[in-house]
Design a protein around this ligand. Structure first.
Ligand code: ADP
Length: 904
């Protein structure tokens, strides 16, 4: 499983590190070699130059010595001729000796012997005839004078016939009157000597006399020209006695060639012997040495480069391995091992790296194992939770079924109680035909209020059932707060007084205002609190105080009901608000009651976003505080004064009960509408076919054909306009609700019919075009199902599902579009299936149906059909989500539960 990286594995191009090392090492080697070679060349150049100059000086000196010897030898020979004083030899002897000397020394061209006075005694010459005793006076000659002044005289070089150089040498003899011998010496011999001097291969030597005139040179022509070199700076310097520079002098010779020049002096004559060597030859060895060094430098450099390459590779390859290894481990290849065998710190680093990788591998494996263990634990826990959930679900179903049964029972009971009550209430309402006196009207109002209270009491049971089924919604309208409280007090006052209790009412001025809220529910709560206070107060009294604190957009109603009654033990303070709970059984027996009143009161208070609390102690009386926020009334309307309807409707009233029919008709007329009556379903359908109606007010429970069926049949008629159907019922069972929803009936009015409720139901006409029994949103969404889900799961859960559906739906639509574009039928079917499942969770039925169609048809669809289907699903999803947004939006919340979903 372990994989290795070694140097051989690594076939990557050299990286920057490699180049850095390479350049650094090569540069270092080059610098070292170049400096070394440079020094070497420089010093050997200087030494060579010194050596060359020294050798040349040697040659010049040896030539100078030879010339000196040559001249010295001639001088000695001449001196030999004058060795005898004149008195001891004859002229003839002298002549013979001179001839002998000429024969002996070829360089001497002429010999002249002068007496002490400078008169010529003998002259022997190679060019002219000998002359003896001529006595020609030479006393003024330079030679004679020179010889007498010092022992020997060396004349200047002169040229005879412009061909050969000659020099006069004169010596003085011994004795009191010494002779002077003058010799003309041919210097051609010196030419030969100079020509014989070898300075290198191509160098030369030449001689200059003490006046700077060139007297010997291997090339004849400059000599023949008797060049005067005294103006040359080096010659001038030499004549002035400046010694030659130790390293020689570099200058141009007569032919313009650059030469290394040095010289030596012939001591007796003051002549200078110059030796010159062309620089090209003089420095040839130096150049050769430089060439050799350069060659060596290049060879060494090449070698250094190779060594650097090797070294760099050796250093960078392990580092590269480490870097690559780290990279691969970083990308999850934990089995990787590095094989670095450099035997140095890098190898140690590689080993540590391997240990680290192994450690990581191990940790990872442990982690994986733990994850697996944890996953399996979680799965078990999930299974367990699912099992528990199933059990809970079953229990919940049982509870729901039981609840349903209870609700149905309560609905039936309340229905049976309501029918006679309805009659009483109706007749009471009709009594006020506008001709009654003030007192009669007041009595009538009290009677009506009592009737309504009675209905409300009956409604407690119904209310409780509705609250249980979570279908209760507020029915709000504008009303006078003071009237509401006074009516309640008026209603309950007689009871209190009858028990001998006092009943104080203290209403703040703020209460004298119109507010917007649910007066029926509020009344119900107040009656309950006052009723309890009276019921549980054997002596003393009751006090009710009310304030309505005005805020920006609402009024906060605070009603406090105090009594001096039996009080409530602290541990019961919360419990009395629970269903069917009474503080004490004995008390219950004494005072009666159901134990439902406070439970409903608190639930209703909370429905109104208010709070109901108690403060009490046994024997010390009780204080109930009701806090309810109420809306502000649009306009202050008074009870009894009805505004005219916005439009007169033709209403078909369907009810099997004659009293109800009469009451209903009267109310409709009172509200300003026209009414026709049908006493059963069939008659209603027949009448609707004959006459046009705007509204059908349909009783639900009728023999033969019930309200739903009659409504459905009317709907099926080709009517223009199609009447709105409003159902009148007190039935809250789920069954009924489902049937109403299925029949497309949204509007329901509670029974017995109250004038205001009916007025509102009629006035709140749905918008035009929405008369279709199944409006567009209804078709997109199964609202009944949605309402059920909401009951089942709760609002927050539904909101969560809504959000989830929004997100996943969008993603799935994108998936579907992608699958359709790519022609991936399988994926299309899968995504459509997922979208359908998600849509069904919130009752998006049309989307669900279409998704199922697409899922089934996907395998055989053409690519064009796929894309059409994707587009259609996207549009449908958007429409469905918009409809869902509308239904679930908080502003429409109450209308959804009240008008659309709730059924009574
Ligand atoms: P009911 O009055 O029908 O029994 P309620 O829910 O109205 O039911 O009251 C529940 C219980 O709370 C009563 O049975 C009684 O024990 C207690 N209770 C309510 N109001 C008062 C009060 N003002 N004084 C004392 N006890 C009260």
């Amino acid at each position: 499983m372990n994989e290795e990286i070694d140097q051989g594995h690594l076939r990557t191009p050299p990286g920057r590190l490699f180049r850095k090392y390479l350049y650094a090492i090569v540069a270092l080697a080059f610098a070292a070699l170049a400096i070394n070679t440079g020094f070497d060349v420089w010093f050997s150049y200087r030494e060579q130059k010194q050596l060359l100059a020294a050798a040349q000086r040697e040659q010049a000196a040896s030539a100078a010595i030879q010339i000196g010897q040559f001249v010295g030898q001639i001088e000695n020979q001449i001196r030999w001729l004058s060795r005898l004083p004149p008195e001891l030899s004859t002229n003839e002897d002298e002549r013979l000796n001179a001839i002998r000397l000429l024969r002996l020394s070829p360089a001497i061209a002429e010999l002249t012997e002068l007496d002490a006075k400078g008169r010529e005694q003998v002259r022997v010459s190679r060019r002219v005839a000998d002359r003896v005793g001529s006595n020609v006076d030479h006393s003024s000659s330079a030679a004679f004078r020179g010889a007498n002044e010092s022992r020997a005289y060396y004349g200047p070089v002169y040229f005879f016939d412009d061909t050969e150089p000659f020099m006069t040498i004169a010596v003085r003899g011994a004795g009191s009157t010494p002779n002077v011998v003058v010799a003309e010496v041919n210097l051609r011999f010196i030419w030969d000597l100079v020509a014989g001097i070898r300075v290198g291969n191509t160098g030369k030597a030449y001689v200059v006399d003490r006046l700077g005139v060139l007297i010997a040179h291997p090339d004849l022509w400059p000599a023949l020209r008797r060049s005067d070199l005294s103006s040359h700076p080096d010659v001038r310097a030499a004549l002035d006695g400046v010694g030659p520079p130790s390293g020689g002098l570099i200058k141009e010779d007569f032919s313009g060639q650059r030469v290394l020049s040095t010289y030596a002096t012939v001591p007796s004559l003051g002549w200078l012997v110059f030796a010159e060597l062309p620089l090209s030859e003089a420095y040839a060895p130096i150049y050769a040495s430089i060439g050799r060094s350069a060659f060596l430098l290049i060879v060494l450099l090449a070698f250094a480069t190779l060594v650097s390459l090797w070294l760099s590779r050796r250093m960078t390859v392990p580092i590269q391995m480490l870097s690559q290894g780290a990279q691969r481990i970083g990308s999850g290849d934990l089995g990787l091992r590095l094989a670095i065998k450099t035997g140095d710190e890098l190898e140690a680093l590689g080993d540590q790296f391997n240990r680290m990788a192994a450690h990581l591998h191990e940790s990872y494996a442990t982690l994986e194992r733990k994850v697996i263990e944890r996953t399996s634990e979680l799965e078990k826990a999930r299974d367990h939770a699912l099992a528990e959930h199933d059990a809970a679900e079953r229990a919940r179903s049982v509870a729901v079924a039981a609840n349903e049964t209870k609700s149905r029972f309560l609905a039936v009971v309340s229905h049976e109680l309501r029918t006679p009550l309805n009659g009483v209430m109706g007749v009471l309402q009709l009594l006020d035909d506008g001709r009654l006196g003030e007192i009669q009207r007041r009595h009538l109002a009290t009677a009506a209020a009592s009737g309504e209270t009675l209905i409300a009491l009956v409604d407690a049971i119904l209310e409780y059932a509705r609250l249980e089924a979570s279908t209760e919604a507020l029915e709000t309208r504008d009303f006078r707060l003071d009237q509401l409280i006074e009516t309640a007090v008026d209603l309950m006052g007689p009871q209190a007084f009858g028990k001998g209790l006092s009943f104080d009412l203290a209403c703040d001025a703020t209460v004298n205002s119109s507010v917007h809220g649910d007066p029926v529910r509020l009344n119900r709560i107040l009656l309950n609190l006052i009723g309890n206070a009276i019921k549980f107060t054997p002596s003393g009294g009751i006090a009710l105080s009310a304030t309505a604190e005005r805020h920006d957009d609402h009024a906060l109603l605070r009603v406090i009901v105090r009594d001096t009654g039996i009080g409530i033990a602290p541990d019961m303070h919360e419990r009395i608000f629970e269903d069917f709970v009474q503080a004490d059984d004995s008390i219950a027996r004494r005072f009666g009651g159901t134990g439902l009143g406070l439970a409903i009161a608190r639930r209703l208070t909370r429905l109104m976003r208010g709070e109901l609390t108690v403060e009490s102690a046994p024997g010390a009386g009780s204080v109930f505080t009701l806090l309810v926020p109420l809306g502000l009334a649009a306009s202050g309307i008074a009870l009894g004064a009805l505004p005219p309807p916005s439009r007169q409707f033709r209403v078909l009233l369907v009810d099997d009960d004659p009293v109800n029919c009469e009451v209903g008709e009267a109310i409709l007329i009172r509200l300003g509408h026209r009414a026709a009556i049908a006493r059963n379903g069939a008659a209603a359908v027949a009448l609707a076919r004959k006459q046009p109606f705007d509204v059908v007010l349909m009783d639900l429970h009728m023999p033969d054909m019930d309200g739903v069926e009659a409504a459905t049949r009317i709907r099926q008629l080709p009517l223009q306009p199609m009447p709105r159907i409003i159902v009148v019922t007190a039935d809250v069972s789920r069954d009924t609700r489902e049937r109403l929803t299925a029949a497309g009936i949204g509007k329901v009015v509670s029974k017995p019919i109250l004038m205001n409720a009916l007025r509102e139901a009629l006035e709140n006409e749905p918008e035009r075009g929405a008369a279709d029994p199944r409006p567009e949103t209804g078709a997109l969404i199964d609202r009944h199902f949605l309402a059920d889900q909401k009951d089942l799961l709760g609002t927050s859960q539904i909101a969560k599902l809504h959000r989830l559906l929004d997100e996943t739906g969008e993603k799935l639509i994108a998936d579907i579009a992608a699958a359709a574009a790519a022609g991936d039928h399988k994926q299309l079917a899968r995504s459509a299936h997922q979208l359908g499942s998600a849509a069904s969770a919130l009752g998006l039925v049309r989307l669900f149906d279409r998704c199922r169609d697409v899922e089934q048809a996907a395998p055989s669809m053409s690519s064009g059909e796929c894309q059409d289907a994707a587009r259609e699903l996207a549009a449908l999803r958007e429409a469905s989500m918009n409809a869902l947004d509308d239904l679930l939006a908080p502003a429409k919340h109450s209308s959804l539960s009240k008008d659309e979903v709730g059924s009574h």
